[in-house]
Design a protein around this ligand. Structure first.
Ligand code: PGA
Length: 260
């Protein structure tokens, strides 16, 4: 069974003080939420405040990136070992902004995913096509290449611990959302890749989140799709009252999802 999962990706927004204010407002709103998982992935400098604020709540905290390896002479980097030590549960890997601005590729995504798993973090691995790739009809080929290079080489038992986020690059931060049908098509394609690789029973257990301008007024239609198991939410996760509406929309997902 796949429990709906809503994760906020704060990108390069909010100071520790802003983070405390967010949790002061958000935690009472999310208290008592059952049947869904929620997480916030703030900038590194806010993790400590976020983890302390969310302690004892059901909100998990994640980082937005990590460096492979445990420790070493790697100026400016933070490892999965360190993230786990302060209480992170998740880490976003291979976000399109990391691919675009920091040159991350499939080999790097794979080694980061392996490092996350080694230190007990659940990787949220991002995949998704550029606008030109969608327009040239190569969306599925792009997703397959990203899956084959960055995800498929993981050990079969590690798939139980990963989350995949489908984020069409043209929809991120643009206000342009994939229609529920377009998103479902891509999620269905990813599910088929999973099923082909680890078998349908294991494939049915992996959560696939949608990301790209998900907000309060489109979340319900997206989350109603059979293979959309939650969201990786950027801009709309910065405000407690906006993000809680998306978390609440997940309540309407079919509880038996993933059992077929
Ligand atoms: P957005 O970002 O919701 O602001 O489009 C999503 C993401 O980049 O994860």
């Amino acid at each position: 069974m796949r429990t709906p999962f809503l994760a906020g990706n704060w990108k390069m927004y909010k100071t520790p003080k802003d983070t405390q204010a967010f949790f002061d407002a958000f935690l009472p709103l999310v208290a008592g939420a059952t049947g869904r998982d929620a997480a916030i992935c703030p900038p590194y400098i806010d993790l400590h405040v976020a983890i302390a604020a969310a302690a004892g709540s059901k909100v998990g905290i994640g980082a937005q990136n990590l460096a492979a390896g445990k420790e070493g002479a790697m100026t400016g980097e933070i490892s999965g070992y360190m993230l786990k030590a302060i209480g992170c549960r998740y880490v976003i890997i291979g976000h399109s902004e990391r691919r675009q601005y920091f040159g991350e590729n499939e080999a790097g995504v794979l080694s980061k995913a392996r490092a996350a798993l080694e230190y007990g973090l659940a990787p949220i691995v991002c995949v998704g096509e550029l606008l030109a790739e969608r327009e040239s009809g190569s969306t599925e080929a792009v997703l397959a290449a990203q899956f084959d290079g960055g995800i498929a080489p993981l050990a079969p038992e590690q798939f139980a611990k990963i989350v995949i986020a489908y984020e069409p690059v043209w929809a991120i931060g643009t206000g342009k959302t994939a229609t529920p049908q377009m998103a479902q098509e891509a999620h269905g394609a990813i599910r088929l890749l999973l099923n082909g690789h680890i078998g349908a029973a294991a494939g049915a257990k992996v959560r696939i989140l949608y990301g790209g301008s998900m907000k309060a007024d489109n979340a319900e239609a997206l989350l109603a799709q059979p293979d959309i198991d939650g969201g990786l939410v950027g801009g709309a996760s910065l405000e407690p009252r906006g993000f809680i509406k998306i978390v609440q929309a997940a309540q309407k997902l079919a509880p038996q999802r993933g059992q077929s």
